[in-house]
Design a protein around this ligand. Structure first.
Ligand SMILES: *Cc1c(COP(=O)(O)O)cnc(C)c1O
Ligand SMILES: [Zn+2]
Length: 413
């Protein structure tokens, strides 16, 4: 890989050759890919990018840690739409708002960016089997991307994982182990099994290539905004890989001179499970928390990527915001009504956080903000149905329809 120098431990600074099977540092710290930005600048320009017809995350190959000969995996991941959300911006009282809908990815979440990268690296490693533990989306995403590439998967999910995600897993042909316990229990069992059988490891914060896949969301946002940097990017946070990846992508673009400054991050967590935001707010180390939220994808009491995530929020001079389940479900409806975008609870938590910060007067009215929707609402229909209200239910009778409209104060236009 001409574009990659080496991998470096974020904790102790130890340096490793960037082999496809690399995991954590001997000190336990997480590794980070260090690029040769001079080389990348010599081979990649904005014009070159603009002429590319590859509408997937793989359009940014020069910024990705793969061999030049490695094929992009089959599913089309990334290049999700960035919508200008004028009505929602007006409601929130800010100048400009863009919604990046990552729920349109092949398995319907941003995790596809990491899984596509995992499949590419597993192929480089010559692996036939990939495994991971996940709150749900990383699992279904890995299962789908691996199935398309003809790789076998073993997947560990906590028993609370929503049915939609488990249905995806089973449909994609994964061997699924539903662990009766927390996400941490699930992670522990997957780790033991991976050590025992030597499967390719797609666990967040162990496989350092995953956040390099996730960073493409940041690359895309900036290209879609024609390299005009927004004031804030709001995103939901669980393990911390996503926000760390987003930040890495933005810093890459800054390092190669594609953008002239960096936006501030908004880290949104659920009030019932916000160990990373709490660490920022108190200035202390993070401490484990219970997993008390219906936003299952970010119900992570023991975040696996705390170091990189905290660094990202701090370096960006970011804001933290914690939202209740009610605020999350209200944001789901608000996004649906104003933008036609249906996000799962964790998917809309960034938007819920942005709304709260706007209400608290913490975002200037002339701000430009990007809110990333990280997963599709159909992933978790049970929670959506429980909060979206009931339709008018009547027999096929015009008189009853008129009566129902009157009773519900519906003025027909
Ligand atoms: C995984 C996930 C997140 C958070 O990503 P982390 O890397 O765990 O911080 C947010 N939203 C959705 C829909 C997810 O699946
Ligand atoms: Zn180290």
């Amino acid at each position: 890989m001409k574009n990659v120098k080496f991998a470096k431990c974020v904790k102790c600074g130890k340096i490793y050759e960037a082999t496809p099977n690399l995991t954590n540092c001997s000190c336990g710290g997480i590794l980070d890919i260090i690029y040769d930005y001079d080389y990348i600048k010599s081979v990649l320009t904005k014009d070159k990018l603009a002429q590319r017809s590859d509408n997937s995350m793989w359009r940014y190959r020069e910024l990705l840690p793969v061999e030049e000969t490695t094929e992009a995996p089959p599913l089309r991941v990334g290049w999700s739409p960035l919508y200008e959300a004028g009505r929602l911006a007006a409601q929130l009282g800010i100048k400009k708002l863009y919604v990046k809908d990552d729920g349109v990815n092949p398995t319907a979440s941003l995790k596809d960016r990491a899984s596509s990268m995992a499949v590419a690296k597993a192929r480089e490693a010559g692996a036939k089997v990939i495994a991971c533990s996940s709150t749900g989306n990383a699992a279904s995403s890995l299962a789908g991307n691996a199935a398309a590439a003809g790789l076998k998967t073993y997947i560990f999910v906590p028993s609370r994982a929503p049915k939609g995600k488990v249905a995806q897993l089973m449909t994609f042909g994964a061997t699924v182990i539903s662990v009766q316990g927390s996400y941490e229990d699930t992670f522990d069992l997957s780790k033991q099994a991976i050590d025992r059988w030597g499967w390719y490891n797609r666990n967040a914060a162990i496989n350092l290539y995953l956040s390099e896949g996730k960073k493409t969301v940041g690359l895309e946002i900036m290209e879609q905004l024609n390299w005009v940097v927004p004031d804030y990017i709001a995103i939901s946070v669980g393990d911390g890989c996503t926000i760390a990846g987003l930040w890495k992508g933005l810093k890459d673009l800054y390092a190669i001179g594609f953008i002239d400054h960096l936006p501030r991050l908004i880290s949104a967590q659920a009030s019932g499970c916000c160990p990373l935001n709490r660490a920022i707010e108190t200035g202390e180390d993070w401490h484990p928390m219970e997993e008390n939220t219906l936003a299952d994808s970010i119900a992570v009491g023991v975040p696996r990527n705390a170091d990189k995530a905290l660094m990202a929020i701090r370096e960006s001079n970011g804001l933290t915001v914690n939202v209740t389940d009610e605020e999350i479900m209200a944001a789901q409806k608000l996004l649906g009504r104003t933008c036609g975008v249906f996000g799962e609870p964790a998917g809309v938590t960034g938007t819920a956080g942005l709304k709260k910060l706007c209400e608290e007067g913490k975002i200037s009215p002339d701000a430009t903000v990007v809110s990333v929707v990280t997963g599709n609402g159909l992933k978790d229909v049970a929670n959506a149905i429980a909060h979206c209200g009931d339709p008018i239910s009547i027999p096929s009778d015009m008189d009853l329809l008129l009566k129902a409209f009157a009773e519900n104060n519906i003025v027909v236009e």
